[in-house]
Design a binder for this molecule. Sequence first.
Ligand code: ADP
Ligand code: MG
Length: 682
Amino acid sequence: MSNKTLQAVSNLKGIGGETEKSLAEMGIATLHDLVMTFPYRHEDFRLKNIVETPHNERITVEGRVESEPSVLFLGKNKSRMQFHLLVGPHLIKAVFFNQAYLKNKITSGQTITVTGKWDRGRQAISVTHYSPGPKTDNVDFEPMYSLKGNLNQKKFRKFMHQALQEVGDDLEEFLPLNIREIYRLLPVKEALEGVHFPKDADHVKQARRRFVYEELLLFQLKMQAIKKVRKEQNRGISIAYDINKLKDMIGTLPYELTAAQKRVVNEICKDLREPHRMNRLLQGDVGSGKTVVAAIGLYAVITAGFQGALMAPTEILAEQHAASLHDWLAPLGIRMALLTGSTKTKARRILLEQLANGEVDLLIGTHALIQPDVEFKQLGLVITDEQHRFGVEQRRVLRDKGMSPDVLFMTATPIPRTLAITAFGEMDVSIIDEMPAGRKEIETHWVKKELFNQTINRMVMELQAGKQAYVICPLIEESEKLDVQNAVDVYEQLTTIFHQQFKVGLMHGRLHSTEKDEVMRAFSEGHVQVLVSTTVVEVGVNVPNATFMVIYDAERFGLAQLHQLRGRVGRGSDQSYCILLADPKSEEGKERMMSMVETNDGFKLAEKDLELRGPGDFFGRKQSGVPEFKMADLVHDYRALETARQDAEKYIASREFWTSDETKCLRTYLEQSGALDGDRID
Ligand code: ADP
Ligand code: MG
C-alpha cells in the first residue's frame, strides 16, 4: 500500500481532537481506513410517483404548499406540524415531527421537496428531509454510515470527499484486469466513488457488485490457500489401513450401508492414506447414520496400528457411542475405554497408563479427553461428534494431542452450501444426503396453543401404548433464567395432570451435568415417561422408544433448531409425531411452521432458514465462525460466492497466480493474512 493511503486522518482539514476520537471509535485511523468504510445503505432521493409507491415505503416528492402549516405542540420539545401539498394532481398531507422551527420558512404557494415514509391510507408523508424549491440538486443517492461520537452524515461525507480526492489515485487495485474485464467490474477508484458519491442507481449497483466480488474472492483465496498449504506440507501421517479387515468389519454390521455412507467412508479412507492431515467436516442429517461411519474410520486407523479417539459433547452421548461401538468393534478384538468427568480417579489413572502404553486402541469420551495429562501412544484419528457444540479452542487442543492426527468433525446441523464454504471453507466437506431405508417420516402438526389439552390427550394415547414423550418448553430469547422458570412451570403442571399415572422428568441448563445425565439416563432406561426440557436436549441423544414431541411456542425457534429438536423422535421403527404449539404473528413465523409441516429434509429447512433469518442467526447466538462481510450478503450474493470460490480454486492451482505481476496484490494479501504459514505444530 502506498504511504499516502496510510496517512493519518488527522491530516485532513477539520479532523482533530473529538472528531479524531470518534473516527478512531469507528476503527478509522488512516485515509485508507476511511475510504474503505462503507455505508449501511443508500438513501434514495429520486422523485417517485405516489400512486405507485407502496404503503410505508420511503418516497421523495416535489409539490406546492396548499395550506399554511399548522403546529401542534405536544409537550417538551415535541411538536407536530402539518400542511397540504399538491403533488401533480394529488393533494396529500405533509407531516413534520419536532421541526416546528420550519413553520416560518414554509408558506402557501411555495414549491418544496420532501422525503419521508409514505402512509398510503392517510395519504400523508412523514417528512424526514425537507428542502425549499423544486428538486434541483443532482444528488439522487446519499450514503448513510453508522457513525460514532460527534460525527454526523454531512460532516462525515465532507471528510470522505477530501480523502477520496487525496488518495483516489493511489489506491491499490486488488482485482487483475482480466477478471475485471470478464465480469465488467469497476476499477477500485470508480467503485469507491460509486459507494460514497454515486452518480445514479446503476453506479451504486456496479460499485457494490465489484466490492462483493472482491471481498468474496479474497476470502475464498484465503481458505483455498490454507487448504493447499496444509496438503503440501505433508505433515500428517499416512495411515496404511487393512482394507480386507475393513471390508470384513463392514460385513458384520447389522445392516447394509447406504450409498451415501459408502461414499463418505471412501472419502475418509482416501484422506487417511494421504500423507497430509485430514481436516474434514462430515455433515449428515439427524438419524442419517454418522456413528457407524465414525466407527469404520476409527477401526481403519486401528488396523494400521494407530489409536483413535471419539469425543462427544455430553456424558450421555459418549456413553451411547461407547455402547454402539462396543457392539461393533469389541468382537473384533478392539480394546476400548470410556473417559468422562465421572470416571473415578483410580480407574482414570489406570486408563491413562494403558492409553500411553498403547494398550487401549480406542478412547471415547467427553471434554475429559482433552485434559493435559491424557496422552496417547500414537493417535491417528480424532473424531468429534456434533462439532458445533465444541469451541474452536477445544478442537485445536484435541488435534494437537497426537503428532498430527487426522481430524473429522461430525455435525447434524445441515449447513447450507453458501455457509459451509465460508464458515468451513478451509475444510473438506463430506455429506450424507440419504436416510437409511425403512424409516417412517415423522408426522408434524402445527396447532394453536389453545389446543394444548387435546395435544396432551393425544400424548396420553402414546404413553399408554408404552411409548415416551418429550415436551420442549417455551423459549424466552436472551434469558436462560426465564426459560428454566418456564420448564419448571410446565413440569409442575404435567406432574399434576398425570398424578402417579406417568412419571415426568425435568431437564434444563441450570442443572449440574451429573444431574442432567441422571435425568437423561432415567428417561432412556424408561423409568421416566415424559421428559420436560429446555432446548438442552437438542443434541444427539438416541431414545428410540420416544415417539411423541410437543414444542411450546414453536414460532420462537429457528428452523434449524426445530429440526434438531424434532430429530429426537422418529429414531425407531414406530410412527412418531411432532406437535408444534404456535400462534405466530408474523408471516415469516407462519412460513416457518408450514415448512416444518411440509418437510423432514434438514437441508431444505436449512436453506429456508438462511433465507428467512440471514446468516448471522444461523448458528444461533453463541456460534460464530461465519465471517462478517462488509458488502457481501450470503443469502443474496450466493452466485457471486460460487463464482468467487471457483475463481479462487483456479487461481490457487495455477502456476501463473504464484508468479505473475497481475496477482501480486493478492499474494501479498495472502501472506499478510497468515494463510500461507501452514499448520503450526506447537
Ligand atoms: P446420526 O447421524 O444422527 O448420529 P445415528 O448414527 O445415531 O444417526 O444413526 C441413527 C440410527 O440409524 C441408529 O439406530 C443406527 O444404528 C441406524 N443406522 C445407521 N446406518 C444405517 C443403515 N445403513 N441402515 C439402517 N439403519 C442404520
Ligand atoms: Mg449422532
